[in-house]
Design a protein around this ligand. Structure first.
Ligand SMILES: [Zn+2]
Length: 89
């Protein structure tokens, strides 16, 4: 095991384990660990944590306020949040 890897213990209730196993059974992920790593990557991206957020999102501008589009949705985080709060059209 390389030194940049560290095992972490995570307690999961059945509903989480079942959902993760379903992702593996359906062939979306090879292992539940892979699914969890991808879930974390999506979380970090959504929170705009480098180096997880996309380069395109970093370079483009928010179509609503012309600020930097720091959210993977292509909006800035403020506009993305406002959109979430507004709900579906
Ligand atoms: Zn914006």
């Amino acid at each position: 095991m390389t030194s940049d890897k560290k095992r972490v213990n995570l307690t999961l209730t059945k509903i989480y384990r079942d959902a993760l196993e379903l992702l593996v059974e359906e062939g979306i992920y090879l292992t539940t660990q892979e699914a969890m790593r991808d879930a974390l990557r999506m979380l970090f991206e959504a929170q705009g944590i480098p180096p997880f957020y996309s380069q395109e999102a970093e370079l483009s501008e928010c179509p609503q306020c012309s600020g930097p589009a720091t959210h993977p949705s292509g909006l800035c985080r403020d506009c993305h949040q406002a959109k979430l709060e507004a709900g579906p059209p």
